[in-house]
Design a protein around this ligand. Structure first.
Ligand code: 5GP
Ligand code: ZN
Length: 119
């Protein structure tokens, strides 16, 4: 069934606590935890507990949970104290765009200069 946990999915295991992570926020529908390989002083991932391979498929199937992910990303930024200096929310979608974990997740990045586009 859509959204059900996938046994071979790393972020499903983080959502259930079977794989440890440094969790900074948790709700009924989402978990926010620090990226294991941070690309900025603040680098937190926000995932839905439900398994969808990317943000677009999550939004199509569960728009309220997609909104929860966005709200939690903003809440992480507020907790990290980076609201004022600015932060970036990124959804890499597809291997060609750098997605490596195929469970929807928002990157919350802040704490250094973030130019756009990168490079
Ligand atoms: P993607 O490249 O799919 O957009 O982002 C996946 C992110 O997950 C990467 O930034 C990577 O560092 C992070 N990541 C991969 N494995 C783990 C893990 O086991 N724990 C945590 N906390 N982050 C992970
Ligand atoms: Zn998953």
């Amino acid at each position: 069934m859509a959204g059900e946990p996938q046994g071979d999915c790393l972020f499903c295991k983080i959502a259930t606590g079977d794989v440890p992570a440094t969790v900074v926020r948790s709700t009924d529908t989402t978990v926010a935890f620090r990226d294991i390989n941070p690309q900025a002083p603040t680098h937190v991932l926000v995932i839905p507990r439900a398994h969808y391979p990317d943000a677009g498929s999550l939004a199509a199937a569960e728009p309220l949970i997609a909104a929860d992910v966005l709200r939690e990303a903003a809440a992480v930024a507020a907790e990290e104290g980076v609201e004022g200096s600015g932060y970036r929310i990124v959804f890499n979608t597809g291997a060609g765009a750098g997605q490596t974990v195929f469970h929807a997740h928002a990157h919350v990045l802040a704490g250094r200069g973030l130019n756009w586009p990168p490079g």
